[in-house]
Design a protein around this ligand. Structure first.
Ligand code: COA
Length: 298
């Protein structure tokens, strides 16, 4: 077994392993390639793959969290194909990644684990109680689309000025429940990592415009006949008027019309409004992952 740095051409194989491990997430090979090849220099991102007989069987990645003003925050992900578990591969990847994070100045690491991986993570010193619920819906029976309120115009993202989308995304990200506030998102990085990512389908992502301002939006990412909700947000002045329900209803309908059959999303257990919206749309919980933290010895 060889552990080596991932390259863009590994994307297809990595996406295939991810699909087996997380059938409730939807990330295309193109989006995986983007993650491997496009990073902010400050992130010091290290993507690794484990290979056996020329076949990729595991992934590990870690980097500093650059979108927060909190110093020393970092993130780590490890997943191993189910046929290759209990052989020390996850431990080897985690050890290399923790070492890398220590070298680049990380103080605290965040990781989300499947309940199967909880014991593994606890043995590595991870702890915490945050819960991330994953849910899915088949797009055949959606609730009736809400009326569009007066003064609101629906637009697909390919007709939206990226600056207006950036403003709404960064304002609403501040209120997303998390361990490290997303309060430091630079426009150029956002353009490169979010707006220009092949995972964002601009024709299916929807904004509710109030004049030139994005009042609410939902970002659709696609992977074959499945979609993932990248982010849904309503800026504070427009909350509680049904706009998030509206943009997501429209986006799911457009996705269904374009051949997408199922949609997936994740919500923090503390995100009451978004869980209520998704329940109303018919999403049903398929998995809960645990959000864990570990301090690093520097
Ligand atoms: C979540 C968010 C998008 C909701 O936007 P919104 O336009 O106010 O949402 P809507 O008005 O369409 O619907 C809100 C629903 O949540 C319900 N709700 C509001 N607060 C709630 C709470 N604390 N607990 C449970 N339900 C709540 C409302 O009653 C409403 O449901 P109803 O119409 O059945 O009564 C907005 O609060 C936001 O931008 N939050 C920050 C970003 C974020 O967390 N995005 C989701 C990331 S996964």
């Amino acid at each position: 077994m060889v552990v080596r740095q991932a390259v863009g051409d590994d994307a297809e194989a990595v996406a295939a392993v991810r699909r087996v491990v997380y059938p409730y997430k939807a990330m295309s090979a193109a989006a995986t390639r983007h993650i491997i090849t496009v990073q902010s220099p400050g992130q010091r991102y290290l993507p690794l793959v484990a290979e056996r007989d020329g076949e990729i069987i595991a992934w590990g990645s870690a980097g500093l969290t650059v979108w927060t003003s909190e110093p020393g925050e970092s993130e780590l992900t490890v997943f191993v194909h189910p046929d290759h578990r209990k052989q020390g591969i996850g431990s080897q990847l985690a050890e290399r990644l923790h070492q890398h994070l220590t070298e680049v100045g990380a103080v605290r690491v965040r990781s989300f684990v499947h309940p199967d991986g909880l014991e593994f993570a606890r043995n590595l010193g991870y702890d915490g109680t945050r819960q991330m619920h994953f849910a899915g819906v088949e797009l055949t029976s959606l609730p009736e689309q809400p009326e569009t309120p007066d003064g609101i115009e629906l637009r697909s993202f390919d007709e939206v000025d990226p600056r207006a989308a950036y403003t709404a995304d960064t304002i609403t990200a501040l209120d997303e429940p998390t361990d490290a506030p997303m309060d430091s998102i630079e426009y150029d990085r956002w353009l490169e990592e979010i707006w220009n990512s092949p995972s964002m389908d601009k024709s299916l992502s929807v904004a509710a415009m109030a004049g030139d301002e994005v009042a609410a939006f939902t970002i659709v990412e696609t992977d074959g006949d499945r979609m993932w909700s990248g982010m849904t947000g309503t800026i504070p002045a427009y909350r509680g008027r049904g706009l998030a329900k509206l943009v997501k209803s429209v986006a799911l309908r457009r996705a269904a019309a374009s051949g997408i059959t199922s949609a997936y999303t994740s919500n923090d257990d503390a995100n009451g409004p978004m869980l209520a919206i998704n329940n109303w749309l018919g999403y049903r919980r398929v998995q809960t992952e645990l959000g864990l933290l570990r301090m690093l010895d520097n």
